[in-house]
Structures are given as structure tokens and as C-alpha cells.
Design a protein around this ligand. Structure first.
Ligand code: DO4
Ligand code: MG
Length: 274
């Protein structure tokens, strides 16, 4: 079952039919550990004929968005390479193998864009990439209650110059896209779930890549548990789980590119680059 936040209200989707969800407060709804049961009651209502895609908003209100890093071997390799001149390389290998994951603050709701809205590259960056990431919805009680698609836009030249610049490489207006829907399920997603990234420029695909959750080194439940250690999230939280797809070193995003991220069973998140 999927849940959408739109300009006209909240909607559940089951088997291609859409139902209005009676709730007035998005934060309260998605922070609840019972969000699945609460949204399920909508399915006894009259289905709508369709949902206007242009009305879909990012599924985030007052939640903080956090991100895990170096959770795939491909990300470890890429970071070692980009930071080797700065002497940062061994840190990435060490965090890939450590018990404690890398977790960093990514965005407030204000910095997040929804489907079809532009993500941004920093004006002072020269090497920018999208990072397609399975994103967890975590209730205020620390339970994973759903999933969405995330784009952790990143400035590789800035983080490569010095790992201490990570917050500047990662956190800025339009640096994060989430959506289009929340897939609500109490079950972990299968390891065969695929994540695909396409970047189009002038109508042609200039980069495509794919991975699966089998390549994700960390258990999502453990990532959520680390995030909730000594931290409370009254509105719940989103946690991006890291990228397993990194384009080659000669690739950088340009204004006008279109980024499409597809995750099996969740959907496709599409954003132009401003
Ligand atoms: O450590 C730098 C960022 C890592 C990251 O964002 C990722 O692996 O997805
Ligand atoms: Mg990332």
C-alpha cells in the first residue's frame, strides 16, 4: 500500500486505485508506528478515478532527513579515489568495515523537493552527482514503517577536497529529493529489489546504472537503531541508506539534466536539475 501527500490531501493507493485518507496532520500520521493500519482504513472508501501527478508533494513535513554513507562497496571505492590527494582515503575504508555506520544530517523538509521539482547543484561546486538511495520512513518510536526513493545530491569536489567539508557537499537548498510515494509495509524489502539511475541530457540517456539491495552492506534496522541512539524524533525521521551507484569520475551533472531513480515496488522519482 502506498501513501501520497498532495496539494489537495493525502491518498492511499492499492492495486492501482486511489483512496482519500482522513487525516489532517501529515507529521502525526507518518510518525505513528500504526501508520499502515491508519491508512488501511481508507481502503473501505470509494476509490477515485486517478491521482493528478502534478499535485504530488515530497512526503516530508517537519521530519529531519538523515543519510548513511559508504554502505556499498562502490561508494567506498569512489570516495577513496576522490579524496586520495587530500589524504582522506583510509577513513572511507575504515568506516565501510567499522561496526558504527557513517550517519550524517542531510536535510530539513524545506530543503527537500518532490517529484518533477528541480534539484540543485551548488554554485561553487565543479563536480556534482545524484545519489539514488532507498530511504527509510522511521516512526517516532524508531520502527521502520515504510520506504521511499531518495536522491542525495552531492558535490564530489567539495567532499573530496577534505572529508570535513562533507556537510557543505551535502546540505544546501534543493540538495535532496524524496518521493513520489511512501510504500507502507512492516516487512523488509527483498534483497533482489533493484535500484536504477538514469540521467538524461537533451533527450538522450548519458548515464545509467543499477544495483540491488543485496549489495547494501548494512541492515536497515541497524541503521535506524544507530540513528535513534540518544536522539529523539517526535515527528519520525527519514534515513537515506547510501548509494551503490556512482558514475565514473568524468561525469558531472549540468543544469537541464533530468535524473530518474526507480526502485522496484516503490516507483520512479524524476527531477530536472536547476
Ligand atoms: O561519506 C561520504 C558520503 C557517502 C554517501 O553519501 C553515500 O555513500 O551515499
Ligand atoms: Mg549518499
Amino acid at each position: 500500500m502506498k501513501l501520497y501527500r498532495t496539494t489537495t490531501g493525502f491518498y492511499a493507493e492499492q492495486n492501482g486505485s486511489f483512496y482519500s485518507v482522513e487525516a489532517s496532520d501529515w507529521d502525526q500520521l507518518i510518525a505513528s508506528p500504526d501508520v499502515y493500519e491508519r491508512v488501511k482504513t481508507a481502503l473501505s472508501g470509494k476509490p477515485l478515478s486517478s491521482l493528478d501527478e502534478s499535485q504530488i508533494l515530497a512526503p516530508v513535513g517537519n521530519q529531519e532527513v538523515w543519510a548513511a554513507g559508504v554502505t556499498y562497496f562502490r561508494s567506498r571505492d569512489a570516495r577513496i579515489e576522490e579524496s586520495k590527494d587530500a589524504g582522506g582515503g583510509t577513513f572511507y575504508d575504515r568506516v565501510y568495515n567499522a561496526e558504527r555506520p557513517e550517519l550524517f544530517f542531510k536535510a530539513t523538509g524545506r530543503r527537500v523537493v518532490g517529484p518533477y521539482h528541480p534539484v540543485r547543484i551548488r554554485t561553487d561546486a565543479t563536480w556534482s552527482v545524484p545519489e539514488p538511495e532507498l530511504t527509510l520512513l522511521i516512526s517516532s518510536t524508531g520502527v521502520i514503517t515504510g520506504y521511499t526513493i531518495g536522491n542525495d545530491m552531492s558535490s564530489r569536489d567539495i567532499e573530496g577536497e577534505n572529508p570535513l567539508y562533507l556537510p557543505q557537499a551535502k546540505v544546501y537548498d534543493g540538495s535532496c529529493a524524496l518521493g513520489p510515494a511512501l510504500l507502507l509495509t512492516p516487512d523488509p524489502l527483498p534483497r533482489i529489489t533493484s535500484i536504477q539511475l538514469h540521467v538524461d541530457r537533451n533527450g538522450s540517456t548519458i548515464f545509467s546504472g543499477a544495483t540491488t539491495l543485496a549489495e547494501l552492506k548494512r541492515d536497515p534496522k541497524l541503521l535506524a537503531a544507530y540513528l535513534f541512539r540518544d536522539n529523539t524524533f517526535p515527528h519520525g525521521a527519514f534515513l537515506m541508506t547510501g548509494t551503490g551507484i556512482v558514475p565514473g569520475d568524468d561525469f558531472t551533472l549540468s543544469s537541464g539534466d533530468v535524473v530518474r531513480i526507480t526502485i522496484d515496488t516503490i516507483g520512479t522519482l524524476e527531477n530536472p536539475v536547476a
